[in-house]
Write a protein that binds this ligand. Structure first.
Ligand code: PAF
Length: 280
């Protein structure tokens, strides 16, 4: 596996591959890889060759007082994981290379960035869209892979690709869950053993909501109330939002029709957990 820190080597590698008719894949990550990342990489491995994985903890998507400095990192272990998964290139840029002094250009995906998590993390999706576009411009992928756990991120990136006519196909990959349904996330590392047990309530609440919809319930506010109450039964949980919105444009729905996302964000101890289920 090649490990490139600089942009030129990465781009040259990709240009060569493209010129010889190969199909370049990219899995952008912030490292501390878990089985959720592995499933993205495995999907990308099946569909693309060569496969580039980037690891970059992107300061632009963390707000003031958020966990940028303590975000879990373990690059030695990540490299072993990537080698085992037969990844061709690890792109590992430095913060200074990505954001040199006086860096001043950002991508703003309006409306979609201000709802759900964006309402609680102002500037987060501006940081995500900016870094993803920069990664696309260096790696030049034909296809890029994003987890459905971060469904708003997927919708924002798709919109950016569409609006800016970027020649990249965005692939959404299903959420990978632990034995009790908790969505895998690097931030689960912040949970204490007791919090870890309670954390499964989010997926349990989402599954109950899905069952209600499948049984014919159409009133979004009743379902949201049920989710909120079910999660809040565990002391220590503080629910940030429960949303039932359109998968296409994240618009909040009062009555459930079509393909909808039921999404939750909640704080538990030091962790901010997000999860969702897509129904219909
Ligand atoms: O989902 C993530 O890990 C990050 O938001 C991403 C897409 C790598 C951008 O920094």
């Amino acid at each position: 596996m090649h490990v490139f820190e600089d942009f030129n080597s990465t781009r040259e590698y990709s240009v060569k591959a493209r010129n010889s008719g190969r199909w370049v894949g990219l899995v952008p990550t912030m490292g501390f890889l878990h089985d959720g990342h592995k499933s993205l990489i495995q999907k990308a491995r099946q569909e693309t060759d060569p496969l580039v994985v980037s690891i970059f903890v992107n300061p632009a998507q963390f707000g003031k007082g958020e966990d940028y400095h303590v975000y879990p990192r373990d690059i030695e272990r990540d490299i072993r994981v990537l080698k085992d998964l037969a990844v061709d290139v690890l792109f590992l840029p430095t913060v200074l290379a990505m954001y040199p002094d006086e860096y001043s250009t950002f991508v703003e995906v309006e409306r979609l960035s201000d709802v759900l998590c964006g309402a609680f993390r102002p500037g987060h999706f501006r940081g995500v869209a900016t870094v993803v576009l920069k990664l696309f411009n260096v790696v030049l992928p034909h296809k890029a892979y994003f987890g459905l756990k971060d469904v708003q991120q997927l919708v924002v990136v798709r919109k950016m690709v569409n609006d800016l006519n970027l020649p990249v196909e965005i692939v959404g990959v299903p959420t990978v869950r632990a034995f009790d349904g908790l969505a895998l996330s690097s931030r689960n590392a912040y949970l204490t053993p007791d919090e870890r047990k309670d954390a499964a309530r989010i997926y349990q609440a989402l599954s109950k909501a899905k069952a209600l919809i499948e049984a014919g319930e159409r009133d979004a506010s009743d379902i949201k109330e049920m989710i909120q109450e079910y999660i809040a039964q565990a002391p220590g949980f503080s629910v940030e939002y429960v949303s039932i919105c359109s998968f296409q444009n994240l618009q909040e729905l009062s009555s459930i029709t079509g393909e909808v996302v039921i999404a939750v964000a909640a704080r538990l101890g030091k962790a901010r957990l997000i999860d969702n289920i897509i129904v219909g």
